[in-house]
Structure formats: C-alpha cells, structure tokens
Design a protein around this ligand. Structure first.
Ligand code: IPE
Ligand code: IPE
Ligand code: MG
Length: 249
C-alpha cells in the first residue's frame, strides 16, 4: 500500500461522501474462471486475487470507507483439490507476512473471523501476530473471513450461549439480538452495509448469514482479479441509488 498522489486517491466527484457505506463486504469469487479463461492454472487466479484485494483495501481507505470484510476461504472450500487448498493456505501465510509492515504503516487494523483453530499452525501464528500487532491501529478495519461458515458461526454462538444458561450465568429471556451478536465471530465488528459478489453468482454461499440481514447486495459479472477502482466506483454508485427502508415505508 504505497502512497499514490494521483487523483485516483480521491473519492470520485459523483459520489456523496455522506452516503458512503460504512462497511463493505466482498465475496471474492471467480479467481478460477479468470485463470481458466487465460489458459492458466487456477492458483494463478488466486495469486492475482490477492492484488485485487490489496487494491480494494487501499481504495476503501482512500475514499473513506471505514471497514472492509473479505471472504477468503469458506468451510466448504476444504472440499477442493488438496493442491489448491495447500496453495491457498501457503498464500495466505506468505501475504500476511509480507504485508504486515505495510498495514502497520497504513494504520490498518486486521482481524480474522472463522474457525481459526483448525488452520495450519504456521498460518495461525501469522494470524495471531498480525491481529496483536495491529490491534491498536485506528485506521480502516480490515476483516478476513478464513475457514468461515455462517451456519457454523451461528451454531458456535448457540453452543456458547447454551453453556452459559446451563451454568446458571444467563436466563433464556436474556437472549436478545444484542446478546446473540456478542457471541458471533464478528462481535466487535458492525454489520456490512454493502455486500459485493463478483463473477455473477446470485448467492451468499454461507457468508455472514446473520450480519447481512439488511445489507444492500451488489453482484457484478466481473471476475474477482479484474475488480478494480472503476468497478468499485460502479458498486458505490449503485449503492447510493438504493433506498434503504429497513422494513419501514
Ligand atoms: C474465489 O474464487 C476464491 C476462493 C473461493 C478461495 P474461486 O476459486 O471460487 O473461482 P471460481 O468460482 O472457481 O471461478
Ligand atoms: C465463496 O465462493 C467463498 C469465497 C469466496 C471464499 P465459492 O466459489 O466457494 O462459492 P460457490 O461454491 O460458488 O457457492
Ligand atoms: Mg467460486
């Protein structure tokens, strides 16, 4: 994330700074198809996908979006060929190690959500280190969903609440939305205002099931490695045309 002095860093003039989404979430899909269409192995798509994510993070920071959450690996993605899974785990670890200094310099606070305990130990160590080191940073909140599943997250929350009830620390009538939210991986992270999915698929794929209850959805045919500032600009323009009613009239 090196500083650039081009006008690209400024919020496009047609966007209203007051009506930006505070929190953007992204289902980064289409890496494999991007590679395939170029006759490359799927892993090359993942490699390029990292660049697209770095660029989006910088763009959010430049334009005044306060939080970005990216879906990097789902609980279902373990079902892919071992070679691809191994590549992704190694890629996450390498990128994290390489980017930590830059994230510190840019005041980024990074967090990971998901079932982190079953990730490779060396990746867990990098994750812990990056979260600890950036914990006091006051800039953009960057959350990476890794080995994340929305259903599993809800089940884990239920288990932990049930344990508290069993132990007499909590009454069933105390369970409300605010309490439930505190038991999710995203306890300290607000809900997304805008959810972007690339590669044209019209589905959630087990991402932030509880949290996207009132997010605006934006799907683009663009494949993730091609998702650039111009694409993000289009997504924000579409978002600003939406009428967020939250069930009211
Ligand atoms: C998204 O791209 C990245 C991950 C799920 C890790 P895909 O790998 O799903 O790409 P497609 O959908 O096969 O094109
Ligand atoms: C969703 O993409 C998961 C991530 C982007 C990490 P998938 O490619 O796994 O989703 P499906 O299989 O098309 O639903
Ligand atoms: Mg996919």
């Amino acid at each position: 994330m090196t500083a650039k002095t081009t006008p690209l860093r400024e919020l496009p003039a047609d966007l209203d700074r007051e009506r930006l989404p505070r929190h953007v979430a992204a289902i980064m899909d289409g890496n494999g198809r991007w590679a395939k269409s170029r006759g490359l192995p799927r892993i090359m798509g993942h490699q390029r996908g990292v660049d697209a994510l770095k660029n989006l993070l910088r763009c959010c920071d430049d334009w005044g979006v306060k939080a970005l959450t990216a879906y990097a690996f789902s609980t279902e993605n373990w079902g892919r060929p071992l070679e691809e899974v191994d590549f992704l785990m190694t890629l996450f670890e390498r990128v994290l190690r390489q980017q930590l200094q830059e994230m510190m310099a840019e005041n980024v606070r990074i967090r990971f959500v998901g079932n982190l305990k079953t990730l490779p130990a060396s990746l867990q160590a990098e994750i812990d280190r990056s979260m600890e080191m950036t914990a006091e940073n006051s800039g953009i909140e960057f959350t990476v969903a890794t080995n994340y599943g929305g259903r599993q997250e809800i089940l884990e929350a239920c288990r932990s609440i049930a344990t508290q009830v069993r132990d007499g620390k909590l009454q069933p009538e105390d369970i409300d939305e605010a309490l439930f939210k505190r038991h999710l991986y995203t306890a300290n992270i607000g809900d997304p205002d805008l959810l972007i999915r690339t590669s044209g698929e019209m589905r959630i794929s087990n991402f932030l099931l509880w949290q996207v209850a009132y997010a605006e959805l934006y799907v683009t045919e663009t494949l993730w490695p091609d998702f650039d500032r111009a694409e993000f600009h289009r997504a924000l323009s579409a978002y600003q045309k939406r009428d967020r009613r939250f069930g009211k009239v």
